[in-house]
Design a protein around this ligand. Structure first.
Ligand SMILES: Cc1ncc(COP(=O)(O)O)c(C=O)c1O
Length: 393
């Protein structure tokens, strides 16, 4: 019996080797990875640049020092993140929920600094922000919250893509200090914000002097063809939490701030023992430099468009909807389809099903067009067989 706490319904497969977008299990079976450890393994597996940089970092003897000292790699990583986000200050932590927890604290502090004693944050239905008490309270899923009440207060929830709901709150609730949005909801089922909605929401934030906080933990870092989804909409948020793909598998999170949020945190307001350590920062610098130098954003658009358009032409009429952007793709079926995960593994393909009925594809950004076609060759027959079986039942 395993002593690992039973918090995940795990597939009985263990991957022991990886190269590019390919994985091998203990028995030597080969799999095509269309999940990247849930949008984490940006550069795939065993990317030579990544292997070299991390190996050199470990060999240098300096994996961790402390935030009590200067950390040159942290300064280099923050410079890069400032350049690609267009924002000013980076707080480093170790996960998505920590980046979001920092964002929530920034919003509350921003409110208190402006004399709002009970600051409130507008959040979205079906959003996922993490599993700490504050972030699960911000999350729009009862399943995530149930059993952990009392929830953290100070969140007001509205449906995604519904501007009127926000306008109404703007009129009546004087405590609101921020909007917190996952511009493409990952766990919620690849629900895409309309770009005009994002722009209008931003305009409301500007008018009301609210922070615009964009959780790009899953959708950010080049996956949609630009560094960040807000860049498709063409404005600068105040707060952008990052994690997952930021260091290609080394645990790292970052809460990036600019605009109205710049300077809100002062010494002593927040901290993290591990956050921004030299090992993690080497992962960040290498990931960002490699995305840039290997044109992986253009690749995400090219391969993502190929996969999405082929899915639409091959099964578009038989499923509820196919949606996404770049290499963040969801195929919504009309009924729960969790069994497809195991069937895909049997067929040598790693995928995920989220929100019960959405097949989610989040491959490494290094996936080639030929490999994208192989994802289709493996996935489409499975979905068709699933639909045929349901039709016959
Ligand atoms: C959009 C988003 N925010 C936050 C999180 C939480 O990240 P972590 O699991 O690293 O705490 C996730 C994880 O799935 C996420 O998708």
């Amino acid at each position: 019996m395993s002593h690992v706490m039973n918090t995940y319904a795990r597939q009985p497969v263990a991957f022991v080797r990886g190269e590019g977008v390919w994985l091998w299990d203990e028995a030597g079976k080969k799999y095509l990875d269309a999940l990247a450890g849930i949008a984490v393994n940006t550069l795939g597996y065993a990317h030579p640049r990544f292997v070299k940089a991390i190996t050199e970092r470990v060999k240098s003897g300096i994996v961790h020092t402390s935030n009590l000292f200067r950390i040159p790699e942290q300064e280099a990583a923050a410079d890069r993140i400032a350049a690609i986000t267009g924002l000013d200050e980076v707080f480093f932590c170790n996960s998505g929920l920590e980046a979001n927890e920092a964002a929530i604290k920034v919003a509350r502090k921003y409110g208190h600094d402006r004399g709002v004693a009970e600051p409130a944050i507008i959040v979205m239905e079906k959003a996922f922000h993490g599993r700490s008490l504050a972030t699960l309270s911000a999350t729009g899923s009862r399943k995530v919250q149930a059993g952990f009440e009392p929830l953290v207060s100070g969140f007001v929830r509205v449906p995604l893509n519904d501007l009127d709901a926000v306008r109404q709150i703007a009129e009546h609730n004087k405590n609101v200090v921020a909007v917190f949005i996952e511009p493409i909801q990952g766990e919620g089922g690849i629900n895409v914000s309309r770009l005009d909605y994002l722009r209008d929401l931003y305009a409301i934030c500007q008018k009301k002097e609210w922070l615009f906080m964009c959780d790009e933990v899953q959708c950010g870092l080049g996956r949609t063809g630009k560094w960040f989804v807000y860049q498709h909409a063409g404005f600068l948020p105040d707060v952008v939490p990052l994690a997952k793909g930021l260091a290609s598998g080394i645990p790292v999170g970052a809460c990036v701030v600019g605009g109205r949020a710049k300077g809100v945190f002062k010494p002593g307001n927040h901290g993290s023992t591990f956050g921004g350590n030299p090992l993690a920062m080497t992962g960040v610098v290498t990931t960002i430099d490699t995305i840039k130098e290997e044109n992986l954003m253009a690749n995400a658009t090219r391969v993502g468009d190929l996969v999405m358009s082929s899915l639409k032409s091959q099964i578009g009429n038989s499923v509820a909807e196919i949606r996404g952007m770049g290499l963040m793709i969801g195929v919504e079926l009309k009924e729960p389809c969790g069994e497809l995960v195991k069937q895909a593994l049997d067929a040598g393909l790693v995928i995920n099903v989220t929100a019960d009925n959405v097949v989610r594809l989040l491959p490494p950004l290094v996936m080639s067009e030929a490999e994208g076609r192989q994802v289709l060759e493996r996935l489409v027959p499975l979905v068709k067989a699933f639909l045929d079986k349901r039709a016959a039942a």
